[in-house]
Ligand binder design. Structure first.
Ligand code: SIN
Ligand code: CO
Length: 401
């Protein structure tokens, strides 16, 4: 029987956050300072075994790393792997990303943190380690909750300013790690780390498993690049004669599909010099592209709902057609891999922009990841037809109550 991990109410104190409410945690700790939480999940038992983690690391589409260190220094290998060092050999660790995509209970564990937007949630990484195993002292640029699953791990953290790295290593290891906190975590204990806190987690004894609930932190350059690519798509859409792509007349004024012209350009004695006219024409294109809230949301919605390679759906035998008749009981649930987000009327699913506007029932499905039959009654036939398509893709599932 799989364990349920409900998302805590944002105003209720919760053991998950050491007795803080999610609102207090976000105000006082999120992106600000570490928090050690003893027995965040009392009696926690991971739903995956050490063997499951190894099995995943053998798969082509799963991202995994094997890190060992010893007399010969540090070594880093990327999966897929055909075998692993023996459990009796100390100082190695295997890290597997995206475990939530393969296991419902791991996905449910992740959803317990949905007092933080899905836009920030990344994945569940699971690491296994033998005695002394770890990735070395380092800094990450994302927020993470490190939940101890099996065995014990010693976590040391530091706010030091010195970020110099040991040169010429396959991993980024801090040259001079000076910890100011030192704690041993047991199963169910959890450590929250904001970006840029130096840390080092070392297995104490064999059979250590740590689950990392990770949050993506896009760089400003990533956001700018994505937005500008989205803007460039507007040009292509115009070129392909698809002005409706953005759902509103976003390209007033000159026809951007038009080719650059320089019929008036004189003969040159400096053929290597970039023509000022071309430079200006380049700048002018951006002035003509609309960079507004809708375009930014469209880029973010598509990008943040796009799926990693190991998100695989089972286009199931669909026994129900909602467009034909919504059953009186039962409920619709998103597949563990499905990413469904919205912004105003825009709706995004698994990297696609839905043709349908996001009505309240679809927003509720996105927020709750499940919707009872009663809330589907009376929806427009086009909405029900869209949900039928998602059922056929295996993106959502129907369960009889
Ligand atoms: C882990 O070893 O499980 C976590 C690695 C890290 O500190 O980022
Ligand atoms: Co780290």
């Amino acid at each position: 029987m799989s364990r349920a991990y409900p998302t805590p109410d944002i105003d209720q104190p919760t053991p998950l956050l050491g007795g803080l409410t999610p609102r207090e945690f976000m105000r006082d700790y999120w992106q600000k300072k570490p928090l050690l939480i003893r027995q965040a999940i009392p009696g926690f038992q991971p739903s995956v075994t050490i063997r499951d983690v190894q099995t995943l690391a053998r798969r082509e589409e799963v991202e995994s790393r094997l890190i060992t260190h010893g007399d010969k220094g540090w070594s880093l290998k990327h999966g897929p792997f055909r075998g692993f060092p023996p459990a009796s050999q100390p100082k190695w660790t295997l890290l597997v990303q995206g475990v939530d995509l393969h296991d419902d209970e791991s996905a449910a564990l992740l959803r317990q943190f949905r007092f933080i937007s899905d836009a920030r949630l990344d994945d569940l990484m699971v690491s296994i380690a033998t005695d002394g195993g770890g990735v070395g002292p380092h800094v990450d640029s994302y927020d993470v909750f490190l939940l101890q699953g099996l065995g014990r791990r010693r976590w040391r953290t530091s706010n030091q300013a010195d970020r110099a790295l040991v040169p010429d290593l396959p991993l980024k290891i801090l040259a001079d790690f000076q910890p100011d906190a030192d704690d041993i975590l047991e199963p169910g204990d959890m450590l929250y780390l904001p970006p840029h806190v130096c840390h080092d987690g070392v297995a104490v004894g064999n059979g250590c498993m740590t689950l990392s609930i990770g949050f993506r932190v896009p760089s400003q350059a990533t956001l700018a690049r994505g937005l500008l690519e989205s803007a460039a798509d507007q040009l292509s859409a115009q070129h392909l004669g698809d002005p409706g792509l953005y759902g509103h007349p976003c390209l007033p004024g000159p026809d951007l599909s038009a080719l650059y012209t320089d019929a008036d350009i004189p003969a040159t004695r400096q053929p290597a010099a970039l023509p000022d006219q071309l430079v200006q024409a380049t700048l002018d294109t951006l002035q003509r592209v609309r960079l507004d809230q809708a375009v930014a949301a469209r880029f973010l919605g598509q990008w943040l709902t796009s799926l990693p390679d190991n998100a695989l759906f089972d286009p199931a035998d669909v026994s129900v057609s909602l467009a034909a008749a919504v059953p009186e009981t039962g409920h619709l649930t998103l597949d563990r891999c499905t990413r469904l987000m919205y912004s105003g009327a825009q709706l995004f699913i698994n990297g696609e922009v839905a043709e349908q506007a996001c009505e309240p029932a679809l927003a509720a499905l996105a927020d709750q990841r499940s919707l009872p039959a009663a809330e589907l009654q009376g929806l427009a036939p086009t909405t029900l037809a869209l949900l039928d398509e998602w059922l056929q893709e295996g993106w959502v599932h129907w369960t009889d109550d």
